[in-house]
Design a protein around this ligand. Structure first.
Ligand code: ADP
Ligand code: ZN
Length: 724
């Protein structure tokens, strides 16, 4: 028997298949849709089986070495989906297929009983392993194990018998690594199912099951969207089908998962990045075998091998996290739409602040719009006040305005909780020299370094470059360094000093790096062990704490000033989300937004909670400037370690596009990208605006192919980028 195998080779994978001989011992096991390793030239590389046949004309065939996808195999639906993924993201087919396997996905089932840690096999040294493979040709299993490790696969000890593992350990070719397992907080009270409100009932019955339509639920924060999703999913499960529920990020899953868990028990699996590889594997297996019915997860969960899907829900559909920023650059929404069609199942999008694109589609009746405009029960939307920081500065209130101070004190007294939002982590943002003007910048990224007090060092937030803090200016040697700009770490110090009795906790990327730390913080807030929670956007979304009655936005200008045509939309959504954390229960909430632009239109739409006017205002700008949703965008990045090469090629690409595209496509650039130098790589950008992708498809394919073999300059094509 023979197999046609796509191979992963070169800078980008070659998108063609080669025929291999299937060795005797794999004959009964190998199937279309499996991952394998194969010899290629004088290398051993990854491959993917796309066809099995009993005849071939090709001679001198090499044999497939082994299967690396274990018991997993992509079914016909997923094989088709891979082709679609390739189309919409311009990745290679093998990249598309690899994306769907658990090694590139994140999974967890909250019901299982875990050991304290997992044991993994790790390579001691590459050369020794290669040598072993060459000299001991008959140790098939051991060679397979080493080959997989050489391929950077994650392998658990329990996957191989000790007869295989032990000799390799003794010969010091591999070693064992223990990794503590992730545990989700399981103190879930069994919340009984609430009786749906009339509006919720209407929303549920508006969604027609067994029909591939897309719905947009525009529901203000706290209007009971999650309850609507759960009712729909319950109906779907009752009819014997399955459901996918996507959430934008890990920090959100804990609360939502707990709600799903108490409602649906062990039929729920969750997917996210904080899982060990072993858990990922085990959970994928349960989904693969049809042992779970509901998958709650982040972006990549859209590829899970659930069969008989009856509904797909995308919560917080406006979130940019649904777009993957590296290869394959797909949007979960596109994939979900495709699966909704294949399964004849509804796709339900939900948000308090829908993306302009989605809302525009609902206006054109491409999506069916469902509106929930009241909070559940007696809860009302919080009162929002905008504070002009310019006049506060005159009173020397640099961080906390009088109004916010007064409100904080009042809430502390009443034992209610407070959230303070600041979208900058670290202590201070910029350290410069007062004498000579020197500023600490990352040598690899051209980005100013942020001072972190806890570790007393300066960090680059893009590449992680870190240097120790200095006392003297490195250029003029004077003791004249000063710092300004506010980060969460400094805010924390300020707050602790100002409100001595308050119990303060900070939630940002620096305090949540350890496994389970998110959950720990959330539990502490739930148990009312903290009074003030401060943090970055991590605290902005989805979380539902009834005791939070005050939200303070320390500096709204950070977000207004980002150089992106969507900054207004993003600011509106971010601040509405943050504001939505206040007063979700019976006690009314209050929001205070501090800014230097008190007259800004977007902020005033936030204040009025006026999505519709924001939409109309932004749409007008988008129409005039030919931005989405009126035009589609594609961004092309030309990057290289060598400035000159990047710059020359950027011009070459531009000329190529000018020659090959007609005036249906507007070409902008090349300009230096928003983050021009990252990790020592220079980045140029060309933006294309168009109404129909077919105008540029062929030209982009050609460019992509030309650059796939270029070792000095790379080309990244991002269709519908989330940011430009
Ligand atoms: P959203 O997802 O729109 O922000 P949620 O579904 O989280 O809203 O609902 C907000 C709060 O109201 C939650 O605490 C939820 O448990 C509660 N809730 C939702 N629907 C009902 C209902 N029909 N009856 C009582 N409480 C409800
Ligand atoms: Zn850097």
């Amino acid at each position: 028997m023979y197999a046609d195998v796509l191979v992963e080779y070169g800078v980008k994978s070659l998108d063609r298949s080669f025929t291999y001989l299937i060795p005797e011992h794999l004959n009964s096991k190998l199937k279309k849709g499996m991952k394998v390793v194969v010899p290629f030239g004088n290398q051993v590389i990854n491959g993917f089986v796309i066809n099995i046949k009993d005849k071939t004309e090709t001679e001198n065939l090499k044999e497939i070495i082994s299967i690396t996808s274990g018991e997993f195999v992509l079914n016909d639906e997923l094989l088709e989906l891979g082709k679609y993924l390739k189309e919409v993201s311009m990745c290679s087919l093998i990249t598309a297929y690899n994306t769907m396997f658990p090694s590139s996905m994140k999974v967890k089932n909250i019901k299982s009983n875990y050991n304290l840690y997992d044991i993994y096999l790790e390579l001691v040294n590459k050369e020794a392993a290669l040598k072993y493979i060459e000299t001991s040709k008959r140790a098939i299993k051991r060679n397979e194990l080493l080959t997989r490790l050489l391929n950077k696969e994650i392998i658990m000890q329990k996957e191989y018998s000790s007869a295989v593992v032990k000799p390799l350990l003794e010969e010091k070719l591999i070693y064992l690594r223990k990794e503590t397992k992730y545990r989700i907080n399981q103190n879930v009270s069994n919340i009984s199912k609430p009786k749906l409100s009339l509006d919720q009932e209407k929303a549920v019955s508006a969604v027609k099951l067994n029909q591939a339509s897309t719905y947009l639920i525009h529901g203000i924060t706290g209007s009971g969207k999650t309850e609507v999703y759960m009712s729909l999913i319950e109906k779907v499960i009752a009819s014997g089908k399955t459901a996918i529920m996507l959430v934008p990020e890990i920090s959100l899953t804990t609360q939502i998962v707990n709600r799903f868990y108490s409602r649906f028990g062990s039929s729920v699996a969750i997917f996210h990045s904080a899982l060990s590889a072993g858990e990922r594997h085990d959970e994928y297996k349960k989904i693969f075998l049809g042992e779970v019915k509901i998958v709650v997860g982040t972006r990549s969960a859209v590829f899970v091998p659930l069969q008989n899907i009856g509904i797909i829900v995308i919560d917080e559909e406006h979130s940019t996290n649904y777009k993957q920023e590296n290869n394959p650059r797909y949007h979960a929404l596109d994939i979900a739409k495709k699966r909704s069609l294949s399964h004849n199942a509804p796709l339900v999008l939900g948000s308090a602040t829908p993306s302009l694109e989605s809302y525009a589609r609902s206006q054109k009746e491409v999506y069916k719009l469902i509106t929930l405009d009241k909070r559940i029960g007696d809860a009302t939307l919080p009162k929002i006040t905008i504070i002009d920081m310019a006049s506060e500065y005159k009173k020397r209130n640099m961080i906390i305005s009088d109004a916010l101070d007064k409100a904080i004190k009042e809430k502390l007294k009443k034992k209610e909780q407070i959230m303070l939002f600041l979208n900058r982590r670290g202590f201070t943002r910029i350290v410069t020299c007062k004498n000579c003007g020197y500023t600490f910048k990352c040598p690899h990224c051209e980005i100013t370094l942020t001072y972190h007090k806890t570790s007393d060092n300066l960090k680059c937030h893009y590449c992680g470059y870190t240097v120790l803090n200095e006392e003297k200016c490195p250029t003029c040697k004077e003791h004249s360094l000063t710092s300004y700009g506010l980060g969460t770490e400094k805010l924390e110090a300020e707050i602790k000093e100002k409100y001595l009795d308050a119990r303060v906790i900070r939630m940002d990327a620096d305090t949540t790096t350890k496994k389970g730390s998110h959950e720990k913080i959330i539990t502490m807030i739930e148990n009312e062990e903290v009074d003030i929670v401060l943090g970055t956007q991590m605290i902005s979304k989805g979380l539902d704490f009834p005791k939070v009655t005050l939200v303070g936005v320390i500096n709204a200008d950070d977000s207004l000033n980002i150089p992106d045509f969507r900054s207004g939309e993003y600011t509106f959504s971010l601040l509405s989300q943050v504001s939505g954390r206040a007063g979700r229960s019976t006690i009314p909430g209050e929001v205070i937004i501090q800014t230097f632009n008190p007259d800004d239109k977007t902020l005033n739409f936030v204040k009025q909670n006026d999505y519709l006017n924001l939409y109309n205002y932004e749409m007008n700008i988008r129409r005039l400037l030919k931005y989405p949703p009126y035009f589609y965008l594609t961004s092309i990045k030309i990057t290289s370690k060598d400035y000159k090469e990047a710059s020359t090629d950027a011009t070459n690409v531009l000329n190529y596009l000018k020659r090959n595209l007609d005036n249906n496509v507007i070409i902008l650039g090349p300009t230096t990208a928003a983050m021009f130098k990252i990790n020592n790589i220079y980045r140029f950008q060309i933006i294309l605006k168009y109404k129909d992708f077919n105008y540029l498809k062929d030209a982009l394919k050609n460019l992509d192919e030309v650059y796939s073999t270029n070792k000095k300059v790379s080309l990244e094509i991002d269709i519908n980028p989330a940011r430009i």
